[in-house]
Design a binder for this molecule. Structure first.
Ligand SMILES: *Cc1c(COP(=O)(O)O)cnc(C)c1O
Length: 331
């Protein structure tokens, strides 16, 4: 099986913003784009992206999961990066058009079609370090993906990082390339030094998120996760899991969680922790590493509640449970 995100459909939808106007979206080859070497994105990182999925149901229908949330988030990212604004309807059409075009290629569960809208500043102007791009390109790439957990459900090892941060504080809620570049060195160092899978960024002891996923602590019947603020990415999966947890009668506490409280709770036998994001839905965390010491989360194995919540969300996505919050769009 090819690595996640390395196989692409041969075409994508694209629209460009030039002379203060958006072009009509078109289906074009996804092999290459033409970009001036002085393009704004290549020098000043005017770029943002999204990640969502389309699912094939047993009746053959193709269903997009919470597309409107991703569109709104991309409009917000574009605004915060001073990229040209676009109507939600434009991106909605681009997503549905390209997924419809390749609907035969949408894998069956546990696979899906991963959808990657991308927005970049294209103006050839290297003097614009402190001004926005006047032109941009919006495109929607498709990548069929298989079972994220095909290698087994092994638990993750997270290094708690209290000194550094993932990105600049005011950029946390922007899904933008520069944020991932800025988190890379801490992540590589954590892999090298303590064999960690990910870094859990906890600036000044405040438990935030990892490089590309939100963090949830599950203590018995309660889920604790950081309340929304502008310092971290507001995951659609996070919101969906919290909604399902409330539906199941669990207590959801969106509030500050300190490293001290996290380590204290994690040692309890029925404690669990997980990372949430579109790619994996919920990935169990087994070990926390802090100041050279390792702490097991609960038993250190995949937790029953983590698996139950993941299954509940997968069941909705796969058309096996009622979609009572109207999260799916049939196309
Ligand atoms: C994309 C992303 C998430 C998860 O968001 P979803 O909408 O659940 O996929 C969390 N944190 C970061 C930094 C991300 O880039």
């Amino acid at each position: 099986m090819a690595a996640f995100g390395t196989v692409f459909m041969p075409q994508m939808t694209m629209a460009t913003f030039e002379n203060s106007d958006w072009s009509k979206p078109e289906l074009v080859s996804s092999d290459a784009i033409q970009l001036h070497p002085g393009a704004h994105v290549l020098h000043y990182a005017s770029t943002c992206f999204e990640g969502l999925k389309a699912f094939r149901h047993e009746d053959g229908s193709i269903n997009l999961f919470r597309m409107n949330r991703n569109i709104e988030r991309m409009q917000q990212s574009s605004r915060l990066l001073s990229l040209p604004a676009f109507d939600a309807g434009l991106l909605q059409k681009m997503i549905t058009d390209v997924v419809k075009h390749f609907s035969d290629e949408v894998p069956k569960p546990p696979g899906s079609m991963y959808i990657r809208p991308t927005h970049i500043g294209t103006e050839a102007a290297i003097g614009k370090a402190a001004s926005p791009t006047s032109s941009s390109m919006l495109y929607v790439l498709l990548s069929p993906v298989g079972d994220y957990f095909s290698g087994g459900d092994k638990t993750l090892r997270l290094l708690l990082e209290e000194d550094g941060s993932r990105c600049a504080a005011h950029m946390g809620m922007v899904k933008s390339g520069g944020n991932y570049a800025s988190a890379l060195q801490p992540i590589l160092q954590a892999r090298e030094s303590v064999n960690a899978d990910q870094v859990l960024f906890c600036p000044n002891g405040d438990v935030q998120e990892t490089g590309a996923a939100n963090f949830l602590l599950i203590d018995g019947n309660e889920i604790i996760t950081k309340a929304l603020d502008s310092s971290f990415l507001h995951g659609v999966t996070r919101d969906s899991i919290l909604t399902i947890a409330r539906d199941m009668g669990m207590t959801v506490s969106e509030r500050q969680l300190s490293v001290d409280e996290l380590l204290e709770r994690a040692s309890k036998p029925d404690c669990e922790a997980a990372l949430s994001g579109t790619a994996a839905v919920l990935a169990p965390v087994g070990t926390l590493i802090h100041n050279g010491k390792e702490f097991s989360v609960g038993s250190g194995k995949s937790g029953a509640t983590t698996l139950k919540l993941r299954k509940a969300l997968n069941d909705i996505q796969w058309g096996k449970a009622e979609d009572k919050h109207s999260w799916l769009t049939k196309i």
